[in-house]
Design a protein around this ligand. Structure first.
Ligand SMILES: [Zn+2]
Length: 66
């Protein structure tokens, strides 16, 4: 291992780690526009209270339970 590699490899590893952590945080904190379903992103067109007809998010139909 040359001195250059000795510096570069841990640097690249930590940069990759920081990138992955930042991506996870960004993914979790990303907020969808208010007229889109928070579950699947389907455009609810202002009928958010009725729930999503695509994935069943927040609909009055009770979730199927076993
Ligand atoms: Zn949906």
């Amino acid at each position: 291992m040359t001195p250059g590699e000795f510096i570069l490899i841990p640097l690249a590893a930590s940069a990759l780690f920081v990138g992955v952590v930042a991506w996870i945080i960004w993914k979790n904190e990303r907020v969808r526009p208010p007229n889109q379903c928070p579950k699947c992103g389907y455009d609810l067109q202002g009928r958010r209270n009725d729930g999503c007809s695509e994935c069943g998010w927040n609909t009055r139909t009770p979730a199927r339970r076993l």
